[in-house]
Design a protein around this ligand. Structure first.
Ligand code: SAH
Length: 207
């Protein structure tokens, strides 16, 4: 628990302001999502490999994206997450939404994420093995959409599935990526660019 507290202190120092997000991260066991003998590094502020050439995101990025997605709202109705990966970000999001809909293209990762999240008692997450470029039309519109793999351009379908006043937080680019925040307004979309980031590429199709 001491290493977890140290990580949270560091995130606060690095500029994460939403105390509710920090509290949830303090209480979420990241080591359960990190396998392959890397558990001892679970509370380092670093991304780690999770197999299938994918990574668990850096804790700072998870905290930042959650904070940006919430935008001072305490709890969202519906969140769409693209890129379940190991499920760590899903676990955090599930505590800030009535329901989280999470899409992952690699079936083996999705299965493992599902198992851990069930073990943790996260009951408000629905999973789909599919291509995130399509979003998840059945449950749209979403108050928040978070993407944890980088496309070259913002996918049109995700914009379409955003509720009025809803926010999309997404890394965009190739070798050089930036985090973008898109808000749906009455007249269209408002886009802002945040920091430079580095995510695995968002790939077309299911695996
Ligand atoms: N959210 C994770 C990090 C995921 S890494 C965490 O909490 O740490 C990015 C994930 O996006 C990978 O698992 C990758 O398979 C997935 N991904 C990439 N392209 C995708 C697509 N088009 N649709 C759905 N998932 C995709």
């Amino acid at each position: 628990m001491r290493t977890r507290q140290r990580l949270i202190d560091r995130l606060r120092r690095e500029g994460i302001r939403n105390e509710a997000v920090l509290e949830v991260m303090l209480n979420t066991p990241r080591h359960l999502f990190v396998g392959g003998g890397l558990e001892h590094r679970a509370y380092d502020n670093t991304p780690l490999p999770i197999g299938s050439e994918q990574t668990i995101s850096q804790p700072y990025i998870v905290a930042l994206m959650t904070e940006l997605l919430l935008d001072d709202r305490e709890c969202l109705d519906k969140i769409l997450e693209i890129g379940t990966g190991c499920g760590y970000q899903s676990a955090i999001l599930s505590q800030f939404a009535k329901r989280v809909y999470s899409v992952e293209r690699i079936r083996t990762l999705q299965f493992e994420a599902r198992r851990i999240l069930k073990q943790l008692g996260c009951k408000n997450i629905a999973f789909m093995n599919g291509d995130g470029f399509n979003g998840w039309t059945t449950h749209q519109p979403y108050d928040g959409i978070i993407v944890t793999a980088a496309p070259r351009e913002i996918p049109e379908n995700l914009l379409k599935q955003l509720a009025l006043g809803g926010r999309l937080v997404i890394p965009v680019g190739d070798a050089e990526q930036t985090l973008r925040i898109v808000t749906r307004t009455r007249t269209g979309f408002h886009e802002a660019t945040h920091i430079a980031v580095r995510f695995v590429p968002m790939l077309q199709g299911r695996a």
